[in-house]
Design a protein around this ligand. Structure first.
Ligand code: SF4
Length: 103
């Protein structure tokens, strides 16, 4: 794999949310190295854009609002004493972050 692609990928948040219009962070990293704009990742926000601009010696751009809005990372907490094992949270999670056995 191209080292520059790996460096760009290491800056991207790895949520694999596809808001950038690509099938995950690695695909967006490949696109950036091929000339795609660096401002299409809402989870990375302005901080991510600044890091990408620094790495690639490009102009700092504002986040492309058509891709989505930057919101700070949040943490979901599951209380195992209250969990009834319905798996609604597993279905709702956009990043497959919730794993484990029922209850
Ligand atoms: S928008 Fe950002 S975090 Fe989401 S898949 Fe694209 S590069 Fe990854």
């Amino acid at each position: 794999m191209d080292q520059l692609v790996l460096k760009v990928d290491s800056i991207l948040p790895q949520t694999q949310c596809e808001q950038c219009g690509h099938k995950g962070c690695l695909e967006y990293a490949k696109a950036i190295v091929s000339g795609e704009k660096i401002n299409r990742c809402p989870p990375g926000g302005d901080a991510g854009i600044r890091k990408l601009a620094s790495l690639l010696e490009l102009e700092i751009l504002p986040l492309d609002q058509s891709c989505g809005e930057h919101v700070p990372f949040e943490t979901a907490v599951i209380n195992p004493k209250l969990c009834i094992g319905c798996k609604l949270c597993v279905t709702a999670c956009p990043t497959d972050a919730i794993i484990g056995s029922p209850k």
